[in-house]
Ligand binder design. Structure first.
Ligand code: ZN
Ligand code: ZN
Length: 392
């Protein structure tokens, strides 16, 4: 079991917990993180920073710790919550009905504030200037990262690191991988149009329900019949709306779903095949299909050198080699991907599960919670990444 070797972070444990609990009690939806941004800005100012607020027209903010004019190391935390009614029953549970920190972004914000405090206290140890990036709007496309980049959040930055708490890993574990780590996301919408009428006379109708059923089955062949064994891809149909009565064949059926891939070429191919199959199968049933493949986050690919730096920093703060895990690519998306497209970066999962404390629910679950012992680990890792990098 790993043991944290960062006295500074351990001494901050109570403050980190208080910050995280305040944030947990005040969750805000993507794009509406005003209270959170104000909370962060006030604490940064109290620590002696001069935060830049409203970066790129978002609720996002950055704050620099400058020791020279060289390239900055950026550390990113996201701040938004989800439209979920919290059911954890904790004393610090959401006071905002229907909104909940069910992904742990409250922890990320608290951990990065902790790092801000540590780095300020130990500024003389810095070898590179640092930029703290508090990003809003991660849970919902188009996300806050691209808007913040357009607003200058990466100007002068040479490398960037992001941490996500993870209840798939136990406390004291860290997981990541070099290269494609998190999936590209493309939601899709299909509208199958037929010709409705009396359910007793299907011969006088074009039944879009039967056409839609065949489309759903046909979509199961996109991955199995047109993608090579070496390429991961997922096509899931997740929503289906049709009809109003048992004796009426409706005019149309609406389907929605999502495509996940780990390579741009495969992404394009899968998107193309979903459209071709939907249109072709609908036509075979004398119906038509309107196909909309929606844009989504690109693949998050970790830079090899930066991933190495994270593992180095993790070992330096006390992670045992056996607790540093190489993970398989993940099917979920993450808009940290945009930062990694601009500068070399690495994104890591920090174990936050602890069954004994009731902290093993999956992300986005109404009972999601983390073992707060993860907070000093996250703060220490952010701080070590900033301190340990002489060059990148
Ligand atoms: Zn999430
Ligand atoms: Zn998240």
């Amino acid at each position: 079991m790993s043991r944290l070797r960062c006295q500074g972070a351990l001494q901050l444990a109570d403050e980190l917990q208080a910050w995280r609990r305040s944030l947990n009690a005040h969750p805000e939806l993507s794009g509406r993180e005003e209270w959170t941004a104000h909370f962060v800005a006030e604490h940064l100012r109290e620590m002696g920073y001069t935060p830049v607020e409203g970066v790129g027209g978002t609720c996002g903010l950055t704050a620099d710790l400058r020791i020279d004019d060289g390239p900055l190391i950026a550390l990113r935390a996201d701040m938004d919550a989800l439209p979920i009614e919290e059911e954890t029953g904790t004393q610090y549970a959401s006071t905002n009905p229907g909104v909940m920190h069910a992904c742990g972004h409250d922890a990320h914000t608290a951990m990065l504030l902790g790092a801000a405090r540590l780095l300020r206290q130990r500024e003389s140890e810095l070898k590179r200037s640092v930029r703290l990036v508090f990003q809003p709007h991660e849970e919902l496309f188009p996300g806050g990262a691209s808007a913040m980049i357009a607003g200058g959040a990466l100007d002068g930055v040479g490398a960037i690191f992001g941490i996500h708490v993870c209840t798939n890993l136990r406390i004291g574990e860290l997981g990541t991988r070099t290269g494609p780590f998190m999936a590209a996301v493309n939601p899709f919408k299909l509208l199958i149009r037929g010709q409705g009428g009396h359910a007793a006379m299907p011969d006088r109708c074009v039944d879009p329900v039967v056409a839609a059923a065949h489309v759903i089955v046909a979509l199961q062949t996109v991955v199995s019949r047109s993608i090579a064994i070496s390429e991961p891809a997922v096509v899931s149909v997740t929503q289906l709306q049709a009809g109003t009565a048992d004796n009426v064949i409706p005019n149309e059926v609406a389907l929605q779903g999502t495509i996940r891939t780990l390579d741009e070429r495969v992404r394009n191919h899968v998107c193309e095949r979903v459209g071709e199959l939907a249109r072709g199968v609908a036509q075979a049933h004398r119906a038509t299909a309107d196909v909309e493949i929606c844009p989504g986050y690109p693949v998050l690919a970790n830079d090899e050198q930066m991933t190495g730096r994270v593992l180095e920093a993790a070992r330096a703060i006390g992670f045992e080699p056996g607790d540093l895990l190489t993970l398989a690519p993940q099917g979920v998306g993450e808009d940290f991907a945009y930062f990694c497209h601009k500068v070399p970066g690495a994104f890591v999962f920090l174990g936050a599960a602890n069954e004994a404390k009731g902290c093993s629910y999956p992300h986005h679950h109404p009972c999601f919670n983390i073992d707060e012992d993860v907070l000093p680990w996250g703060t220490a890792l952010y701080a070590q990444l900033a301190r340990g990098l002489a060059q990148a």
